[in-house]
Design a protein around this ligand. Structure first.
Ligand SMILES: *Cc1c(COP(=O)(O)O)cnc(C)c1O
Length: 458
């Protein structure tokens, strides 16, 4: 399998280069040149399905037996035997629990594997890298946890100071691994993401620090997320009948993986893009226009995003794989904060995607109602998904809502809605007693680059 850039101005490369490179040199995102077709449903564990679904994407660079072993090892870190268990919330509406990994959010599913792939490939090449990333909360700790104590990787994670939950922050600042560094930036998540992009655009800096990324632009993350869509359909006996998936969405990585599963032949009825007040995607689906607004902090901070970087991968498809046209569209959006799809492009978008938004008040209502009617305690991101699915579900439609975080990650919102303060699982029970190490940084490229230079070993 070869990978090309969504902007069409970079050479095609293999999986290992896309893995380590993150962003393409022309600023685009890597995509496989073709979509492999899913094999028929077969019984087996999550890890077995995962190895089978992903195999065509990593061949021929990653040895099949090595890959199967990495996949098995990654998913052995999960506390539930099903890895991603499916539970019925109400008739026709299921929750796919994606939060049983080490840091309690769905990011672990991709990053536990990506960490192992990095070590494997860097060992083979006898190289080191410096990973830089931006997080609105959950990616950071999941990435840090995935590479902690690696001899080949240093990681610096930028997060918006004061805008993550205390649990999220402590998960990033208390790892105590010498290769893991947390920086609190005086700005928003989009500022952090822009700083990361600017570091990659600084050729000299990029080369001297051997920069790499594991945030949601990394193709390998999308790849690992395809699996649980197939898994859910298989658990429901629906590998041949269409299912609707509802996805609490921020950077569009998760729901894009659902779209890829569909491209690979999974019957998907529609994909519901559920957003909080930061609803740029829902507005795009409703109006064909993407208009940037300021980021508003909400109870679901991992979705407090206005510029969804993975959307570029879908735009590239809507523009029939025309890289320069995609680059122009993105540049137009960057410059004017607004772009419009053509009627034909918009028609293709709405044939598959539908959007819905929930305010914080509505999110709290869903959390309270789910608790009252089912006894289940859910996190605010999952609540946005459930609320959206309940509004849009047609009478005989089967919907799987992706449950993206453990409620204990957002205890304040959960307590506000239900009166219950959810407990952290045993492996994180002493989180509030651990010492924090964090470096405050201004929203300034030079200052951030100086910090990275000061801590990296590569
Ligand atoms: C990251 C995250 C999301 C958003 O996922 P995207 O892939 O960025 O769209 C939703 N919920 C939780 C809990 C997350 O951590």
């Amino acid at each position: 399998m070869r990978y090309h850039s969504s902007r069409g101005q970079a050479p095609a490369i293999d999986f290992s280069d896309a893995l380590l490179g993150g962003l393409a040199p022309d600023g685009g995102l890597y995509l496989p040149e073709s979509w492999p077709v899913l094999a028929n449903a077969a019984p087996g564990s999550y890890a077995e399905l995962a190895a089978a679904v992903m195999a065509p994407f990593v061949a021929p660079v990653i040895d099949q037996a090595d890959f199967t072993a990495m996949v098995a090892d990654a998913y052995s870190m999960f506390s539930h035997p099903d890895v991603c268990p499916l539970v019925e919330l109400e008739s026709g509406h299921h929750l796919l629990e994606l939060f049983h990994g080490p840091t309690l959010a769905f990011k672990d599913i991709a990053l536990q594997l990506v960490g192992r792939l990095f070590d494997h490939e860097l060992d083979r090449r006898n190289e080191r890298v410096t990973i830089v990333g931006a997080t609105s909360g959950d990616t950071g700790s999941a990435a840090m946890e995935a590479v902690r104590d690696s001899d080949r990787v240093d990681i610096v994670i930028l997060f918006p100071a004061g805008r993550t939950s205390e649990v999220q922050r402590r998960q990033m600042t208390t790892l105590g691994s010498p290769n893991v560094h947390a920086a609190a930036v005086d700005g928003t998540f989009d500022d952090c993401q822009d700083l990361v992009k600017a570091m990659f655009a600084d050729e000299d800096f990029r080369a001297r620090s051997r920069l790499s990324a594991v945030n949601s632009i990394n193709w390998a993350r999308v790849m690992a997320q395809i699996v649980y869509y197939v898994w859910a359909a298989q658990q429901l006996g629906r590998r041949d009948t269409p299912t609707t998936f509802c996805v609490p969405t921020g950077n569009f990585g998760n729901v894009f993986a659902g779209h890829v599963a569909r491209n690979m032949g999974l019957p998907v009825e529609r994909l519901i893009v559920a957003s909080n007040t930061n609803d740029i995607l829902t507005r795009l689906i409703e109006s064909a226009e993407m208009v940037a607004e300021d980021v508003v902090p909400t109870l679901s901070p991992s979705m407090d995003i206005q510029i969804s970087s993975n959307l570029e991968r879908l735009l590239f498809e809507l523009l029939d794989g025309n890289g320069p046209a995609t680059a122009e569209l993105i540049a137009g959006f960057r410059e004017h904060g607004r772009v419009a799809l053509t009627p034909a492009q918009h028609e293709r978008l709405v044939a598959e995607f539908v959007g819905e938004r929930l305010s914080d008040t509505e999110t709290l209502e869903v959390m309270a109602d789910v608790h009252a009617t089912s006894g289940m305690v859910i996190d605010p991101h999952t609540a946005v998904g459930i609320g959206a699915a309940r509004r849009l579900r047609r009478p005989d439609e089967i919907v799987v809502t992706l449950s993206t975080a453990h409620p204990a990650k957002f205890p304040t919102a959960v307590e506000q809605a239900t009166g219950i303060r959810p407990e952290l699982p045993a492996h994180l029970a002493d989180l509030f007693d651990r010492d924090e190490v964090v470096t405050p940084l201004p929203n300034d490229l030079a200052a951030v680059e100086d910090f990275v230079d000061s801590v990296r070993r590569a």
